[in-house]
Design a protein around this ligand. Structure first.
Ligand code: PGA
Length: 324
């Protein structure tokens, strides 16, 4: 049988050294890596010195007080992630063979999905208490960057990229509604036309947000442009600003479910609204989902209809109805 080629790194460096390197590369800090791994800083420095000697190229460079990855460092970081990811998958498969679902799930979701993903996760983890979850919440643009860097197992987003590198499936609707302060003159009006609101001060999500993209498209479709008064990176801040009477906004109905549209905010009955987008869950197409990621995907597709129903009875229907 052909003898495998064992890389020099495997013969001369230890997995521990690679683990230390990976932590420093992730934090860009020797101190934080040492803290995370419960090691003394001189130990960390000694491990990196040995690794650098084996590779024969510097892995970090220091500019002032900051450290940066060199080209070789960046490439080794990617290789470490691939190797650790493959070993992590093997561990999950081994646990699966033993009849256990355990391991890690790295999930990254867009800002607005934080209103329902934790509940879905909670329901999933009831069945699999041995799974550890790392949940990253960020806006659409940063999420796309994370996908390209292959930092997570699965992603939840409203409008996924359509190229062949990604595989996404819709699992739940995302109704976008127009909100205004309760004292707005059109608060009780029916069939408001979008152009009646075109001159109103508009509170908009930040560039890079999926909600913003959807709003811009909706206005464009009517040949209109929102009069942006303020840009905010948080749905909560937008609701506060609208409640304070500073303008109107479009938000996902999911952001209103926790506290409803009662109180200082109302959902306007605008023709063409709610605008329905789908929440989608997916991954890189060439990346086989781990046992745990696959279990979560199956859970989402089988359970989401039930969970949505439960969520609707908790208030989403009233919100939809209010704007229809
Ligand atoms: P956002 O994304 O939270 O970045 O606005 C929502 C979406 O992707 O539809």
């Amino acid at each position: 049988m052909e003898k495998p080629i064992i890389p020099k790194l495997i013969r001369h460096a230890s997995l521990r050294q690679l683990q230390v390197f990976e932590a420093i590369a992730r934090h860009l800090s020797f101190t934080r890596a040492a803290d995370e791994l419960h090691l003394a800083q001189p130990t960390v420095s000694a491990q990196i010195k040995n690794l650098t000697d084996v590779i024969g190229l510097p892995l970090f460079e220091q500019v002032g007080k900051k450290i940066y990855l060199t080209d070789a460092g960046r490439k080794l970081h990617r290789a470490c992630r691939d190797v650790f990811g493959a070993l992590g998958n093997f561990e999950m498969e081994a646990a699966d063979l033993k009849g256990l679902k355990q391991g890690n799930l790295r999930l990254a979701v867009v800002t607005t999905a934080k209103y329902f993903v934790p509940r879905l996760l909670g329901a999933f983890l009831e069945g699999y208490p041995q799974i550890d979850v790392a949940l990253k919440v960020t806006n659409r643009e940063r999420l796309l960057e994370r996908m390209v860097e292959n930092l997570d197992d699965l992603y939840v987003i409203g409008q996924p990229p359509t190229d062949a590198h990604f595989y996404f499936e819709p699992f739940m609707r995302n109704p976008l509604v127009m909100i205004a302060p309760t004292r707005h003159p059109l608060a009780n009006a029916q069939h408001i036309e979008l152009r009646q609101l075109a001159a109103e001060p508009f509170i908009m999500r930040e560039p890079g947000s999926g909600t913003r993209l959807a709003v811009e498209r909706q206005f464009e479709r009517s040949g209109l442009k929102p009069q942006i008064r303020m840009e905010l990176g948080s749905n909560e801040a937008i609701k506060q600003v609208v409640a304070a009477g500073l303008g109107i906004a479009v938000v996902s109905a999911h952001t209103l479910l926790a506290d409803g549209a009662s109180g200082d905010i109302t959902v306007l009955n605008v023709d063409g609204f709610p605008v329905y987008w789908d929440w989608q869950i997916g991954r890189l197409s060439e990346k086989q989902p781990s046992v745990v990621a696959q279990a979560f995907l199956e859970f989402i597709t089988s359970e989401s209809a039930e969970l949505i129903k439960a969520e609707r009875s908790a208030g989403a229907d009233q919100l939809h109805a209010a704007s229809q």
